[in-house]
Design a protein around this ligand. Structure first.
Ligand SMILES: [Zn+2]
Length: 874
């Protein structure tokens, strides 16, 4: 019987990785400069796949804009396939929304070229999130193509892959990756021999026609492909070769007798998952968390809800998102890339965050301007009604009752003592622009008044007569210092507690004092009636409501690389400080802080098989408790300069032993055990990623960019299954190589053996997380900890001080955006139970992820367990 071989010519184009973007791009331009005439002039070279990502097209056309019509002609005639991604992302280290926007933007750019390849092409991602099948189904896709992460039990080249909501795609498994057919030889017999070898090696695993992926990392096409395929077919030795698209191959892929898998794909059994990327380069992960929050939770909902539809900042938001999408590329967000790439990634995140924060600020001001009066207005960016602390700047010298003074600006103060030249030319010229300054006095150091100037109304301070006076002082007092004293309107910055701010709503601050129990602060203890926090001064750990030993720092060696953790053979573990001390730094009544200072005596680096050297590292931990809250905010700061090749984790004992953890991943919470499946080329390590929170044994940790956790202190349970007693969160994992050669946890390299400085994270680092002991909804905890209530000032408008722009309940809100003027609200149900979503007073259509109508709704709609829905409000 003749067996079909589907040859899909392609290239895998990591936009940046062991080489910076611009250098790779020059090669990309060469590739496409050669490919276009090849395809145009050689019909036997029937097809080429541009790696499933539109960034490749954008990057090329930015250099060769004149090539767009040719590329479009090839794409629309089916000779080139492109998209659906904008950039091939990592799925675990970015938000669900980033994954959706990546696909939506890819599809939108591809539409200019006649549309995208309708296949969930996931060739190189370091594992796959549980909700990917649902995301793909909501785009109308029926197929995924995967390599890494496929469990050992999936023993066929196709399997049914389901999301927790039941959405299912057919997954084509690439048994040796996306390059099994790379570098086709210019020799038909040699080609057939290679196909024979592959078919024999894979045996029963291969179902139906053989998929021959003719390409690999940054590989240029082989121009003889069409001819050599024709020659191979003429050999008539059992194969029918054809050059086709991935979609062509999948169109009649076998569907009978396939195994099934539900949930995420995170196994190292069949390919390296590269399990340590979540903890590589803390700075990149933190920047990602901030940029996504600023865009998804601030700029978009504020702009969508507070601005008129025609003021939706389409272009700026798209610019910010495109940078985040570029950074979501697997080698970029995983930071398993050279230092130049990580520099670029950080810069892109910074620019996205600046755009997002600027847009959020503008929308807030616009709300303020619409409201009557001059009171502060508190804005809630979460869908749920919330209470919490806000920082207010108030006129006057008095701290309102129930508030906590943070700082005050006195009515009069000495601004500077300096030479008359400096005073005259610099300071006074600048005072002009500080509108809060009402008057200034220049006096001699013995207190004689030389000049007094008062601002009249909103007028200028430095009038021409004042200038001549300044000139006189400058000349007369040359050689001696003079003093500048200023008066200004007194003001205080205070903390105030607000209650019941509606979801996506606002509330004018009334000056009412807090109604919650204040924080009582003692040298080693904070309590607020809900939480009692007690520091153990001997080792700097702390108790929350009696749960003891929280916050121990545990440091071990790491001779791995950016991809995988690997302890040195003779490791030294430092798990207690050389010294610890604690002091009260803020006293309440609304917010109190303890500062724990611990000195860790750490080896400085690894030499041979062990850690050597010694350095004292001061670790400052700030523990914060606020009135009315049941979370403890923790900030850990240290200077990592001089300490290399190590992994530092914070250990958090559980309230009760746990067999599983629950962690946020895209659009849901996934439950995992205490082990992970490894394989011949990667040791399975249960160091798992969580996006914003992880829960286990009665403890919830909400964090900003601390993506890696592990259940540790595992003991055998009565049935032989491990039970964990402690949750470890990785604070830092510092290594010096992009990829190592053979190492204990991964015998083969995962990339070039390039020495790098960036992953050592030399310099000051800080990490923030919040702890909750109890059973609260983790999405609530993460909002309370990392999505503060915002404040704007009313002024100039006629609107009411209290209001609500949108009321959504019954599910988590992932996005509030405008699409062609229409308000879209994306929600998901992270629970195992069905729910009813209520959008008060609104009707419209539920749409899929392409915006196509699914069904109408009026006020409410049902949402199944783990389902995602997008509501377009009319
Ligand atoms: Zn790749």
């Amino acid at each position: 019987m003749v067996r079909r071989v589907d040859i899909v010519p392609h290239t895998h184009w990591d936009r940046e990785w062991h080489t910076p973007f611009q250098t790779f791009r020059l090669r990309l331009v060469d590739l496409l400069d050669g490919l276009l005439p090849q395809l145009e002039g050689d019909p036997s070279y029937a097809h080429f796949m541009l790696d499933g990502q539109m960034a490749v097209v954008d990057d090329y056309l930015a250099v060769r804009p004149e090539a767009e019509p040719r590329l479009r002609a090839l794409a629309t005639s089916g000779r080139v396939s492109m998209g659906p991604w904008y950039a091939l992302p990592d799925e675990f280290l970015v938000s669900g929304e980033t994954l959706v926007r990546n696909l939506q933007h890819g599809l939108s750019v591809a539409a200019r070229f006649g549309g995208a390849m309708e296949v969930g092409y996931l060739p190189d991602m370091f594992g796959h999130v549980a909700q990917m099948p649902q995301i793909l189904r909501q785009l109308g896709f029926e197929h995924a193509v995967v390599w890494r992460g496929v469990p050992g039990s999936m023993d066929r080249s196709g399997f049914w892959w389901s999301s927790p909501d039941g959405s299912t795609v057919r997954a084509e498994y690439l048994p040796v990756g996306y390059g099994n057919g790379a570098l086709v030889p210019d020799d038909a017999k040699a080609l057939v021999r290679r196909i024979d070898e592959f078919a024999e090696e894979q045996g029963d695993l291969l179902l139906g026609p053989i998929l021959w992926m003719n390409g690999t990392d940054h590989l240029l096409p082989q121009p003889w492909l069409g001819r050599v395929v024709a020659e191979a077919n003429a050999l008539d030795d059992g194969y029918e070769l054809r050059i086709c698209s991935l979609a062509d191959h999948l169109a009649d892929a076998p569907t009978e007798g396939l195994p099934s898998w539900r949930g995420e794909l995170r196994s190292g059994a069949r390919a390296n998952l590269l399990m340590g990327v979540a903890s590589n380069r803390l700075d990149v992960k933190q920047a990602a968390a901030r940029a996504e929050r600023a865009l998804e939770r601030m700029a978009e909902p504020l702009s969508a809800l507070l601005l008129p539809p025609e003021h939706w900042p389409t272009t700026l938001l798209q610019q910010a998102w495109v940078e985040v999408l570029r950074n979501s590329a697997h080698d970029s967000i995983c930071a398993c890339s050279v230092d130049e790439v990580c520099d670029a990634v950080l810069h892109r995140f910074a620019e996205s965050t600046q755009i997002a924060e600027g847009l959020a600020d503008r929308a807030l001001r616009s709300l303020g301007a619409s409201i009557a009066g001059d009171r502060p207005v508190v804005v809630n960016l979460s869908a749920r009604t919330r209470a919490g602390l806000v920082e207010l700047r108030l006129p006057g010298a008095a701290t309102p009752p129930g508030c906590q003074l943070v700082s005050e600006r006195a009515a009069e103060r000495v601004l500077m003592d300096d030479t008359p030249v400096s005073v005259a030319t610099v300071t006074v010229a600048e005072l002009e622009y500080v509108r809060g300054i009402l008057s200034f006095t220049i006096e001699s150091l013995d207190g004689m008044e030389l000049l007094y100037v008062e601002r009249e109304g909103a007028g200028t301070l430095v009038t021409p007569p004042v200038r001549s006076e300044l000139a006189r002082i400058r000349d007369h007092y040359a050689g001696q210092n003079v003093r500048v004293r200023v008066t200004n309107r007194p003001a205080v910055t205070v903390l105030a507690r607000v209650e019941d701010v509606p979801g996506y709503g606002w509330q004018g601050w009334t000056g009412a004092g807090a109604t919650v129990e204040p924080v009582e602060a003692r040298p080693l203890r904070l309590s607020n009636g809900r939480v009692t926090l007690q520091v153990n001064p001997t080792d700097g750990t702390f108790d929350i409501n009696g749960l003891a030993g929280l916050g121990a720092l545990v440091d071990g060696g790491d001779v791995g690389d950016t991809y995988n953790w690997c302890p040195p053979p003779d490791d030294t573990i430092v798990d207690r400080p050389g010294a610890a001390a604690c002091r009260l730094v803020e006293h309440g009544p609304l917010r109190a802080r303890l500062e724990v200072r611990r000195t860790l005596v750490l080896p400085t680096h690894v030499e041979g098989t062990r850690r050597v050297g010694s350095q004292n590292v001061l670790v400052r931990t700030t523990l914060e408790l606020r009135a009315g809250e049941d979370i403890v905010r923790v900030r850990i700061e240290l200077d990592n300069h001089g300490v290399r090749d190590h992994r530092l984790r914070v250990h958090l004992p559980l309230s009760h032993p746990a067999r599983t953890s629950r962690a946020e991943c895209a659009f849901t919470v996934v439950e995992r055990g205490v082990t992970a499946e490894g394989g011949p080329t990667e040791v399975g390590l249960p160091t798992f990623p969580s996006r914003r929170f992880v829960q286990a044994g009665g403890l919830t940790v909400a964090h900003e960019g601390l993506l890696e956790y592990e259940l540790v202190d595992v003991r055998d349970g009565p049935d032989g299954i491990g039970v964990a007693n402690t949750l470890a969160i990785t604070l830092l994992r510092c290594t010096g190589m992009l990829s190592q050669g053979p190492m204990a946890t991964r015998p083969l390299p995962a990339g070039p053996l390039t020495a790098m400085e960036g992953p050592q994270q030399q310099g000051p680092v800080s990490a923030s997380f919040a702890l909750h002991v109890g059973g609260r909804d983790p999405y609530e905890v993460v909002d309370d900890a990392f999505l503060p209530l915002l404040v704007t000032s009313a002024g100039g408008g006629t609107g009411a001080a209290d209001g609500q722009a949108l009321s959504v309940s019954g599910a988590e809100v992932s996005a509030v955006v405008r699409v062609a003027g229409t308000l879209h609200v994306r929600v998901f149900n992270p629970t195992d139970a069905p729910t009813t979503v209520t959008i008060d007073g609104r009707r419209g259509w539920l749409v899929d992820l392409r915006g196509r109508p699914v069904e109408p709704f009026e006020g409410t709609f049902d949402l199944g367990p783990h389902a995602i829905a997008t509501a377009a409000l009319s």
